[in-house]
Design a protein around this ligand. Structure first.
Ligand code: SF4
Length: 404
């Protein structure tokens, strides 16, 4: 009987998760993104950058950062002349243009440098003193158990697993103190739902003015007016709501424990308060889902969620919910996470990614070792070298992961 039930569960899950790419490329596929906010054309972007080149915002940059800015301005030049981008050139992608619209002139070069590092360092395999982005996990618990998420793995999400907990404020402050001035992008989220942390407001207060691009990922289920004000009065750049469907049935099948009407009401309320009480907020709001099923349609998402978001997009699925049971695959491309992001979890454990949600790859604690030392450690170098030499099959769980 038990066997029959588990067979049925597997069949139901396979039906629900029917879109299974063999490779997970970071970012959004063009067909899976709906931009709501109006954005400018390449020429206008180039004009804005050119206008600011004669200001102190540019003059005060380091020589190295001026070179990175030139890779972008030359990229725009080539694009406007109808030429291909050179290998080390970059221009902003669609969803970045929305953020670019929202930033102040004095932040433009910081933004360009950060986006260049975030996108191009993994491609060019450049390792700086610090990663382009750090994800700090306030809490590893989540009130949802989404079908495609490691929270549905009970050996991880059970209270007794040893993986569950809340970050202490002192540890959070220690990490922030080190990253201030060295990293522009901080995401407050990883394996858990950040709004479960009672001190989220204090964390946001402590980060104020220290980073260019703070992002929160949330399932929106626990938003209250008080929390919405806390978030909107902070200086975060992006609020990403994790929502994957435009109808109740599919949403609640995917986001287990989620209630569609409640999520909709909370996102509506967030937008209402933002428009009425924070009209000058530079916040970009994103509805971000995981593409797992053919019935998820960007246009349907836009039709429903457009009034409340600047960007609507689906990311590619990878089977996070079974990271350690997935078959060994033949992906041979290096994983870009090793050059892009680093994760600090609630207990200080530092890990290269959240696919490895039980930290098999982790050797470090942020409470003992500085992030820059970890990022440039021999062990991290070994991981990168293995990936570059097509030896990711020697690493658990990289050999079962599709991230490239
Ligand atoms: S498990 Fe390995 S390949 Fe997968 S995301 Fe993490 S570091 Fe990259």
């Amino acid at each position: 009987m038990k066997e029959n039930n588990s067979k049925k569960d597997t069949e139901a899950k396979d039906k629900l998760i029917s879109v299974k790419p063999k490779l997970k490329i970071k970012g959004f596929n063009k067909e899976n993104i709906g931009i709501i906010a109006l954005t400018k054309e390449d020429l206008q972007i180039r004009q804005r950058i050119t206008r600011l080149l004669s200001t102190p915002f540019y003059n005060d940059l380091s020589e190295n950062h001026k070179i990175l800015v030139s890779k972008i301005t030359n990229g725009y030049q080539n694009t406007l002349e109808g030429k291909e981008l050179e290998e080390d050139q970059y221009i902003l992608s669609e969803h970045e243009l929305v953020e670019f619209e929202n930033i102040h002139d004095w932040e433009v070069f910081r933004y360009l440098v950060y986006r260049y590092k975030y996108n191009m360092y993994p491609k060019l395999k450049i390792v700086d003193e610090y990663p382009p982005c750090v994800q700090i996990e306030p809490v590893s618990m989540c009130n949802f158990k989404c079908v495609f998420c490691y929270q549905s793995d009970k050996s991880f999400s059970n209270k007794s697993s040893g993986h569950m907990g809340y970050m202490e404020l002192d540890l959070f402050k220690k990490v922030v103190d080190e990253l201030e001035g060295n990293v522009e992008s901080i995401t407050l989220a990883s394996r858990g739902e950040p709004t479960l942390h009672k001190q989220l407001g204090e964390m946001l207060d402590y980060m104020r003015g220290k980073f260019l691009a703070v992002k929160i990922n949330s399932n929106a289920s626990l938003l209250t007016d008080k929390l919405i004000h806390t978030i909107l009065s902070s200086d975060i750049q992006t609020m990403a709501f994790s929502i994957d469907a435009a109808d109740k049935e599919l949403y609640e099948k995917l986001r287990v424990n989620g209630k569609f009407e409640r999520t909709l009401r909370n996102v509506e309320r967030f937008n209402e308060i933002r428009e009425k009480e924070y009209p000058n907020s530079r916040l970009t709001t994103r509805i971000s889902g995981v593409k797992v099923n053919e019935d998820q349609d960007v246009q349907k998402m836009v039709d429903l969620w457009a009034p409340y978001a600047d960007i609507i997009a689906f990311t590619n699925y990878t089977p996070w919910e079974s990271s350690y049971e997935n078959p060994i695959n033949d992906v041979s491309i290096p994983c870009t996470e090793l050059w892009r992001r680093l994760f600090v979890w609630w207990d200080g454990k530092v890990n290269p990614c959240d696919y490895d949600y039980k930290s098999l790859l982790s050797k470090w604690s942020a409470s003992k070792t500085p992030i820059s030392e970890i990022w440039n450690s021999d062990y991290y170098k070994m991981l990168r070298t293995k990936h570059l030499n097509d030896e990711r099959k020697e690493l658990e769980p990289c050999k079962k992961c599709m991230s490239a």
